[in-house]
Design a protein around this ligand. Structure first.
Ligand code: 13P
Ligand code: ZN
Length: 278
């Protein structure tokens, strides 16, 4: 089967199209990676043609030795992924040392994996362990409400998580651990990858202030839904604050109400962010 026709490639492209439609991917903004299953790899293997040198990432992970990732290309536009998958995306394999990649499909015309591949890679490594191998998707978007919120609110995980949980009732179900915050850093390398990965040990979603957000998910739906929910909640808070003359909205969801939601949906919210939780 041609790579483009596989289920994982179709779902990969659909997320890119959906994210673009949401307004999260101006120019080449944002990127996506997927850790392929053995069945995905077998479905694509006939099309694999390793080429080029192994490229060191500046980061290393034992649990991703020999893994295969579908990735967007650096400088490529999310809006083009569905129509031009072999130019806009590719598949890379990771070497036995777990510290370098090599292209086996796609990224035609001299393209390379996203410049954020080190962050994706480290996040995959951390989330793989945190979820017993279930996590497969890491997604980065330049979602506008998150970026705007980061110009108003200090980069503190508790403050941010409470604002987001308190603005829309089901947020606490979608991201019960809350969100982590990376204060402003230069994007695209090993340093920001390490800072982000540290937070991904505790959170499924990490905000890059004045830049956007990284989310993780066991499926494309889970990752997209996480991005969508957090971004929407940030937008609701901003709209309420603007409607309230710039002051924080007054009638938000209380801690006791959040705890009631957790009990009803059998969710364990991060106790550090909720007063009255065990
Ligand atoms: P890439 O085009 O290299 O994926 O970079 C886009 C981006 O959002 C960097 O943070
Ligand atoms: Zn970015």
């Amino acid at each position: 089967m041609a790579v483009e026709q596989t289920e994982c490639a179709k779902r990969f492209a659909r997320l890119c199209t959906d994210g673009y439609a949401q307004g999260w991917h101006e120019a080449n903004g944002g990127n996506l990676t997927y850790r392929m299953t053995d069945a995905d790899i077998e479905a694509c293997r006939a099309d694999f043609a390793p080429r080029g040198e192994w490229v060191k990432m500046g980061v290393q992970a034992d649990n991703l030795r020999g893994a295969y990732f579908m990735t967007t290309g650096s400088g490529k536009f999310m809006r083009n992924v569905a129509d031009y998958p072999a130019e806009s995306t590719g598949i890379v394999e990771i070497n036995d040392a777990g510290d370098a990649w090599r292209i086996v499909w796609g990224l035609e015309g001299g393209a390379r994996p996203t410049s954020e591949f080190p962050t994706h890679f480290m996040n995959h490594s951390i989330r793989l362990d945190a979820t017993n191998g279930e996590n497969r998707v890491i997604y980065h978007a330049h979602c506008p409400n998150i970026i705007t919120l980061s110009t108003l609110i200090e980069p503190d995980a508790r403050t941010w998580t409470r604002i987001l949980w308190q603005s829309m009732t089901e947020c606490v179900i979608i991201f019960p651990q809350g969100v982590g915050l990376v204060p402003w850093m230069v994007p695209g390398g090993a340093a920001i990858a390490r800072e982000t990965a540290k937070l991904m040990e505790r959170y499924d979603a990490v905000v890059w202030t004045q830049h956007g957000m990284f989310v993780s998910g066991n499926s494309f739906d889970a990752a997209f839904g996480m991005m969508h929910t957090i971004e929407k909640s940030a937008g609701l808070y901003l709209a309420a604050r603007a409607a309230n003359g710039g002051k924080a909205p007054e009638f938000t969801i209380s801690d006791e109400q959040l705890l009631q939601v957790c009990r009803a949906f059998d969710v364990k919210a991060n106790p550090a962010f909720l007063d009255g939780a065990e």
